[in-house]
Design a protein around this ligand. Structure first.
Ligand SMILES: [Mn+2]
Length: 327
């Protein structure tokens, strides 16, 4: 962490152009982390800007609007340094990722997803800590190390990232609450943050959740309840919903013009008992279907080429082996 802070402080001090960039369809954790880090670097003298690839999620838009922030979509890459936050590989950056692969600016990765070996080679500094429940917690530590004091709005933004990525504290660890405490001390407004994250009334999402529930197929693999459903949007939310209402593991996917996408979620207890890691599984599936995949142990996704039925067969084959490995 010290090395990372020193590197960024030095770049900022020299007035470098720094782009803090996050993945497409950015969630609140990604978007707020990018914005707050960019602001801190600016404070230290950098010409810093936060950006996101392609678009940001509705809920992230709502959070940013609440706290008066904007993020640049598909920002220009003519900078000295690009810092990727909450983004484990260039594949999650769409066209910007392709441009970055051609080797434009220096690259730093600060992430809390499963490490991607190929990314390490591309970066000047690679700081990945899977044990953090949110990117926002890493950014909070980093900013402390940089000696920058958070404003109350910045504290609220990072708080939104934590609440969102921990599923309203369902996946929180002891350390999560320490970070939350620090953010509240810095003036974070829990009530306002919570309100900004509450988009449950979104009509299209409600329809999507109901469709996913209605279409879901249940099967039992070594006594574990595995649900599979089809949906062309909100796949991650739908898989989370299926786990909340009873599944041990849930997958929701779609197939369009030969492209497949699948999101998976799993119960924490199931992960502990079986050693299942969905991020690992999705990375493998991504490779197998000429695409990419990855994520956390309990929440991950993949996309690739092929038939959804084929992907499903592979997933179930894997679970047949994996879910019986331990007791
Ligand atoms: Mn995150």
């Amino acid at each position: 962490m010290k090395e990372l802070a020193n590197f960024l402080a030095e770049a900022a001090r020299r007035g470098q152009r720094i782009l803090v960039l996050c993945h497409h369809n950015a969630d609140p954790d990604a978007a707020t982390s990018a914005i707050v880090l960019a602001e801190a670097l600016k404070h230290l003298g950098a010409q810093a800007q936060a950006g996101a690839s392609e678009d940001i999620s509705l809920i992230a838009q709502n959070v940013l609007k609440t706290f008066g922030r904007e993020i640049m979509i598909n920002p220009p890459l003519d900078v000295d340094l690009a810092v990727l936050v909450d983004t484990s590989s260039l594949e999650h950056l769409g066209k910007l990722g392709e441009q970055l692969r051609k080797g434009l600016p220096k690259l730093v990765v600060i992430d809390h997803h499963r490490p991607v070996e190929a990314m390490k080679q591309l970066t000047t500094l690679y700081f990945v800590r899977e044990e953090f429940t949110s990117e926002a917690e890493i950014i909070l530590r980093l900013i402390k190390e940089l000696g920058v004091k958070l404003t109350s709005e910045q504290a609220s933004l990072l708080l939104a990232g934590i609440i969102s990525d921990t599923g309203h504290f369902r996946f929180a660890k002891d350390e999560t609450f320490e970070a939350v405490h620090q953010l509240l001390e810095a003036g974070g407004d829990y009530a306002r943050v919570n309100e900004s994250l509450n988009l449950s009334e979104d009509y299209s999402k409600r329809i999507a959740m109901l469709k996913a529930a209605a279409r879901s197929k249940l099967c039992r693999i070594h006594k574990r309840l595995v649900a599979f459903s089809e949906l062309g949007s909100f796949e991650g939310d739908a898989a989370g919903m299926l786990v909340r209402i009873g599944a041990d593991v849930a997958f929701v996917g779609s197939e369009e013009k030969g492209e497949v996408r699948v999101s998976g979620r799993a119960r924490q207890k199931t992960l502990k008992l079986t050693g299942l890691h969905l991020g690992e599984l999705m990375e493998e599936m991504g490779k197998q279907f000429e695409g990419s995949g990855g994520g956390h142990a309990g929440a991950a996704s993949m996309h690739g080429k092929g038939k959804l039925e084929e992907v499903k067969k592979h997933l179930f084959g894997f679970l047949q082996r994996k879910l019986k490995s331990k007791k």
